[in-house]
Ligand binder design. Structure first.
Ligand code: MN
Length: 731
């Protein structure tokens, strides 16, 4: 008993396979093509041999049916038939993609890979269906056969869904109505689109579907009578003109009736008889247009046309390839009837889409299909607005807040409305964003802040020299770009902070302050900064007055100094007396740290300079240079307040000195100057200012030097910089 069932099944499998071959052979298969299909069938049969469908049928029925839809109903060629037969093999059986590639080549493997990838795409919640749709569009631009075979797969599953549990039926049907049917529509597969919609409705609105379906069957004779009455005069006139033709009068689909009833809130009776009569003419390719208009003329001889309802899709076919001539005329009983006039070729395209179209253009099916694929890809890539209608008509209303833009290679990217060229750069890759120096939109150079629109093709120009800048945050709107810029800024900050940390450590050592957490915290409080990272960064950037560090250590006294150097808080008078008591020379440097003194900002003395001390009222002793412009007046008027002073030799403190430079303003001169100062001599700059006038520059730099010797070396080196004419110290 069991054996005979299996025998019967085997026979049935062969019968179905032969049916597939018959469909394929309408294109006159070569021996090689036949062998290829056979090979795919054998592999699929073997791979699925132990599998059964939910219905209990052998699994292989499904791939055979999908291949038949691909070939017979969509008009696809051998490659697609092979892929359809193998479409579930990689996902559900042991066979790998590599094996498929070695047996059938790269193209087949790529398509099957695409099919395997999108199989999971729709098993998601509806919230991410928008993203899924985008993925589907991307696959579409890879190889549209992936989508077509997927549609065939879906159609067969929908046709055989009765055995599924209710939940699954609902889920699959909603997906079908939501995405697959509109997709089939846009690809010009009207027959498949209508069937998918009807089947979708059958499971989502069971009762409504049943009712409408029954009423359609019941009213069929009535409709047939009307159609025949309507077409009688047309038929004879067309025959008289020697036109070969067929007249079809198909009612609207269940789904479209249901939608109309719902949208217009009307009963079945008010919409069921709205149908189109189709006149399909068998015409030579050169005569197509003329024949269609002849038929139009005949129709309108008998029935008055509504001038607002003439649609000429022959002169200007729809983006998806649809060609037809539509008119709405007043029929018997004062009823409007839509008449569609087209040739057989046009009708086939309307039913099956572009695949059918190419059948007429070239005999070699595979290369013809490639041409079709190319055309669809061009539609997706071409930024022309009308070609983009093709895409816009997709469920783009789902993406009302999104735009589609393309890379120079035609890859599709989705961005939110308002996204800029710089956002796009970050969408490609964070490094592309960071190194972006310019952008071209549709081949024109635009600012980074340029707002993109759907269909733009965007090219990013990068430079390795570009580093992230904070002001770029203003040019982007996507969270991704913002966070990438911030991360890049942070990274730059981290490197700078490392540098700054070293600088600070050095400085603190010079003023004998321990470089430890406690002291760093004191510094943070003093400078009002949030963390050490920022402190180090500021030090590296040079926008922290490190001179304060010195005053801070002495005035605030909060910082723990290296113990034996602890400053005493003696009164000024006491200090002076004490100093005078020992020697009448004030020794500045290590010893003088015991005394509250300041280097006068009017002449900025540095170690090595001839100096004197001046006792002030509130600021302790101020050290001036002997040749300070104020020196003479101070010494003559306040001789009693003058203290002799000299430097210790091993002075390690940094002192501020000003340098004035002049020279020829050539490229890179400022950079070379600052490099000489900071790199070659390891001197820190406090401020720098350059002005240029007719090719001559003048610059002022405030530097921290150890002593006059240090400053002399610096001056000498600066004079060597190309373009520098004079270097002098400012007093
Ligand atoms: Mn399948």
């Amino acid at each position: 008993m069991a054996t005979s069932t299996l025998e019967l099944e085997k026979k049935e499998i062969i019968r179905r396979y032969r049916g597939l071959l018959r469909d394929c052979n309408r294109r006159k298969l070569t021996q090689t093509q036949k062998k290829l299909i056979r090979k795919a069938f054998d592999i699929a049969l073997e791979a699925h041999k132990d599998m059964r469908r939910k219905s209990g049928e052998p699994y292989i029925y499904h791939p055979i049916a999908v291949a038949r839809i691909a070939s017979g109903e969509i008009g696809l060629g051998t490659t697609s038939v092979v892929c359809a037969l193998l479409h579930d093999v990689v996902e559900d059986t042991e066979i790998t993609l590599e094996e498929i590639e070695s047996m059938f080549g790269k193209k087949v493997a790529t398509i099957i890979d695409g099919l395997t990838k999108i199989s999971g795409v729709f098993d998601q919640t509806s919230s991410i269906q928008a993203e899924n749709f985008r993925k589907m569009l991307l696959t579409l631009s890879d190889d549209v056969r992936v989508i077509l075979i997927k549609l065939a797969d879906r159609l067969h599953n929908m046709r055989t869904m009765d055995v599924m549990v209710r939940e699954k039926q609902l889920k699959i049907s909603s997906e079908t109505l939501y995405l697959y049917a509109p997709l089939a529509h846009r690809l010009g597969l009207y027959a498949i689109k209508s069937e998918l919609e009807d089947l979708g409705l059958k499971y989502t609105e069971k009762a409504a579907y049943k009712t409408i379906r029954k009423k359609l069957v019941d009213t069929k004779p009535e409709r047939a009578k009307f159609i025949s009455r309507f077409t009688v005069p047309i038929r004879s006139a067309l025959a008289e003109q020697k036109l070969k033709f067929k007249v079809k009068g198909r009612s609207k689909s269940v789904y479209s009736i249901w939608t109309k009833m719902k949208d217009k809130e009307v009963d079945f009776e008010e919409v069921y008889d709205l149908f189109a009569i189709r006149i399909i003419i068998d015409s030579d390719s050169e005569q197509e247009k003329a024949d269609c208009w002849r038929a139009y003329s005949i129709v309108t001889d008998f029935y008055r046309p509504n001038p607002d309802r003439l649609r000429d899709w022959i002169s200007t076919p729809k983006a998806n390839g649809y060609e037809s001539l539509h008119t709405t005329v007043m029929g018997p009983k004062g009823k409007w009837v839509e008449v569609q006039i087209r040739t057989r070729r046009m009708d086939e395209i309307a039913e099956k889409g572009y695949a059918a179209h190419w059948k007429y253009k070239e005999s070699s099916s595979e290369s013809a299909l490639d041409g079709w694929i190319k055309k669809i890809r061009e539609m997706l890539e071409n930024p022309e607005p009308d070609a983009l209608d093709f895409m816009d008509d997709f469920r783009l209303n789902l993406f009302a807040d999104e735009i589609f833009v393309f890379t120079p290679k035609g890859e599709l990217k989705t961005l939110p409305v308002g996204a800029t060229a710089l956002d796009f750069a970050y969408e490609i890759h964070s490094e592309v964003g960071n190194k972006c120096i310019g952008t071209k939109v549709n081949r024109k150079l635009v600012p980074l802040s340029h707002v993109l629109k759907s269909g733009d093709q965007v090219e990013i120009i990068t430079s390795n020299k570009q580093t992230p800048k904070e002001d770029r945050l203003k040019f982007v709107i996507t969270g991704r770009a913002k966070s990438k810029i911030k991360a890049a800024l942070k990274a730059v900050e981290r490197i700078a902070a490392k540098e700054g940390k070293e600088i600070l450590e050095r400085k603190m050592k010079r003023v004998k302050i321990h470089f430890n957490t406690e002291n760093i915290n004191e510094l943070l409080a003093f400078y009002n900064l949030k963390d050490s990272q920022e402190l180090f960064y500021r030090v590296a950037q040079g926008n922290l007055d490190l001179k304060k560090l010195k005053t801070f250590t002495l005035e605030k006294g909060k910082i723990k100094k290296i113990p034996h150097r602890r400053a005493k808080k003696n009164a000024l008078e006491e200090l002076v007396l004490k100093t005078r008591g020992k020697s009448d020379t004030l020794v500045i440097g290590e010893e003088l740290q015991k005394i509250d003194y300041k280097l006068s900002p009017c002449c900025n003395p540095i170690p090595g300079d001839d100096v004197f001390g001046f006792i002030t009222i509130g600021e302790g002793i101020k050290i001036h240079r002997i040749n300070c412009p104020n020196a003479i007046s101070l010494m003559s008027n306040y001789a009693y307040r003058i203290v002799k002073a000299r430097w210790t030799s091993q002075e390690m403190l940094a002192f501020l000195a000003g340098i004035k430079l002049t020279g020829i303003d050539e490229v890179g001169v400022v950079n070379n100057i600052t490099k000489t100062i900071s790199k070659d001599l390891n001197v820190n700059m406090r401020s720098i200012g350059f002005s240029s006038d007719d090719g001559v520059f003048e610059g002022t730099i405030m530097v921290y030097v150890q002593d006059t010797k240090h400053l002399t070396t610096l001056t000498k080196n600066l004079k060597k910089v190309k373009g520098v004419q004079t270097v002098e110290r400012i007093h």
